[in-house]
Design a protein. Structure first.
Length: 116
């Protein structure tokens, strides 16, 4: 079983998946850490996470690290399995803390709550 964890297949599936996830997640992490793409940077994001969302500072810090360094690592193929598990946890946390109250479907008609 342990060997299966470290075995790598020589196919395109992993590469395409890693590049896609890394490319989608990188702008989010760059917004939060660097203030790029219209983001608030590290200080503004940590203030939002701790003051508005009421997350513990360690959770907010982990979100920023996972989104920024995890996305770069996924693009480079470094520790992909570790970062994949971290990104799954991140996504589940985002869903339960911020998005579950607005429902699953897109807000095409503008009738649901949440960001407009």
């Amino acid at each position: 079983m342990l060997q299966a964890l470290f075995t790598t297949r020589n196919d395109w599936t992993g590469l395409i998946t890693r590049i896609t996830i890394g490319a989608i997640l990188f702008p989010h992490g760059a917004q939060k850490l660097l203030g790029a793409f219209g983001g608030y940077g590290f200080t503004g994001t940590m203030g939002f996470f701790t003051d508005v969302v009421h997350l513990p500072w360690i959770v907010g810090f982990a979100v920023i690290l996972i989104e920024f360094f995890g996305s770069i690592s996924m693009l480079l193929g470094f520790a992909s399995r570790f970062w994949s598990v971290a990104i799954i946890g991140l996504t589940l946390g985002i869903i339960t803390s911020s998005h579950v109250q607005n429902g699953f479907f897109m807000n095409w008609a503008g009738t649901q709550g949440g960001d407009q």
